[in-house]
Design a binder for this molecule. Structure first.
Ligand code: ADP
Length: 161
């Protein structure tokens, strides 16, 4: 059974992430979306909220499972029997960091490979942090996120503006 992990912060999940989830889930038997529960990043949504939101928007993908994890990705891969890491590449600026992470993970666990999917062109500009900037003062984020997620983001910012 071919199992892959698509790890990330997903704070919040965007249409760019969903595009990668949809495409990569067709390449493997099981895709685990790994929500990084990293205390040092100060996310907008808690890990539990991010898992719940991802569960909602991936509910129609039969072989996709969403799980939070903390600690090393290679340890999470071992626990879940995953042999593939999926990452998305938007621009050359992503490349250096992603290459470094992929090489490091392979040194830490030599039977794991990172597979990069290039972003679909319509989402190549899209990042969770940009979405949060636009939403902070009520800009229109409907093109970036599923409606369900957009509502959750506005609810978070309601108190600020
Ligand atoms: P991280 O903090 O690990 O970068 P993100 O949630 O920002 O977490 O991203 C998770 C993964 O999704 C990364 O591989 C990132 O490059 C990819 N990604 C983010 N936005 C897009 C997008 N618009 N198109 C394709 N891939 C994307």
């Amino acid at each position: 059974m071919k199992i892959a992990i698509y790890p990330g912060s997903f704070d919040p999940v965007t249409k760019g992430h969903l595009d990668i989830i949809e495409r990569s889930s067709k390449m493997v038997d099981k895709l685990i979306v790994g929500v990084l529960n990293n205390g040092s990043k100060n996310p907008l949504f808690t890990a539990r909220e991010r898992v719940e939101m991802l569960n909602e928007v991936t509910k129609n993908f039969n072989n996709v499972k969403v799980e939070a994890f903390s600690g090393l990705l290679v340890d999470f891969a071992k626990e879940t029997n995953a042999s593939i890491i999926i990452r998305g590449l938007r621009a050359i600026t992503d490349f250096e960091y992603e290459l470094q992470m992929a090489q490091t993970n392979r040194i830490l666990k030599n039977d794991i490979d990172t597979v990069f999917l290039t972003t679909s062109l319509e989402y190549s500009y899209l990042s969770s942090s940009t979405v949060k900037e636009v939403a902070r003062c009520n800009g229109d984020i409907s093109k970036f996120l599923p409606e369900y997620i957009a509502k959750k983001v506005y609810d978070k910012f309601k108190k600020e503006c």
